[in-house]
Design a protein around this ligand. Sequence first.
Ligand code: NAP
Length: 350
Amino acid sequence: MFDLSSYNTFNLHVSAREGIEIKCTEDLLALDLPLSEPYIILGGGSDVLFTEDFDGLVLINRILGIDVQKVELSPSTLPLNELDQAELFYEVRVGGGVVLDDLIVGLLQHGICGLENLSLIPGTVGAAPIQNIGAYGVEIGDFISSLETINLRTGEKRIFTHDECQFGYRYSIFKEPDFRSFFITHVNLRLSNSFVPQQNYAGLQSNEFKDAFAMRDRVISLRNEKLPNPKYVGNAGSFFKNPYVSKETVEKLQDAYEGKVPCYLLEDGNYKLAAGWLIDKAQCRGLRHGQVGTWGKQALVIVNLGNAKPHEVVALARYVSAEVKSKFGIDLVPEVRLYGKHGELAWDQI
Ligand code: NAP
């Protein structure tokens, strides 16, 4: 058995039948491909919940290396984000096992900006595109020019362009069952030396940031104020996604809550609600059920208060979503990926 305790930031004591750390592309090609099911790929294990022991193989991405190339871009190859104001552009090729925050620091030390709002998000660079992780108005997908992968079904290398990744809110094509066999070996980012502060979010608005380091410092202090550090308190970040709802739903809620419901207009006319606010108003902030709870400063985070068992985390998540459903009629769906005995599970399968 392979102990997964140190491979999931919930710090749950679960195991897999077998686990292998992948340190280079050749390690993958040396496997007996196609791999027999079930198998799963892990990065930092910061966005997963094992609901029980996993009866399969876990491949852990530990491919390292950061390669920075300055590039000349013609206007037609430009903007993945707001790069058109920049003077120098870089293609950065990163091993999927590099810790995301280490990458952010390393880039800033070389004067390369763009990812600073993602500071302190736990996890690896290879896992980041799968969920299209985001924070404070920035998503990793905005900077990804391509992904290098190996298909574990065939052993073939395949490059996915930015468009082929189909990035959306906490979504990419790699969440679809047919694409779960693609192991992301390297991530190619297009970045620049131009600091364009993204400060739409509360806590960032009133400040003037002299450089990207200052933005990083502010984001770190905001996160430290509100979020539990997984080194000390097991958790997987936001447990649920923020629900997207219609204008009519928002209007009804605003009537009921005197216009105080935090909501954000989306491009398609729908609204994003803050799941943390819904959970709070459903009286589920700072709950404690046995060894699990919801975090007092951010109810969206479910925490392991000591020696929690997977079924306790599942039960609390179910309880919270049922309370929100009963109070608001809104379904919460997990942002964390769920794994059972035979592989990935949908929310309605656990
Ligand atoms: P918050 O400020 O309490 O806001 C609650 C939610 O409202 C956020 O989740 C955010 O959605 C949304 N929001 C706030 N201001 C917004 C704006 N100006 N425009 C659009 N949406 C806005 O959130 P928080 O808990 O302190 O988190 C701050 C940021 O860190 C958020 O972006 C959050 O996603 C990110 N974060 C991510 C994780 C993770 O596990 N992925 C964990 C903790 C925090 P979005 O979530 O869509 O941004």
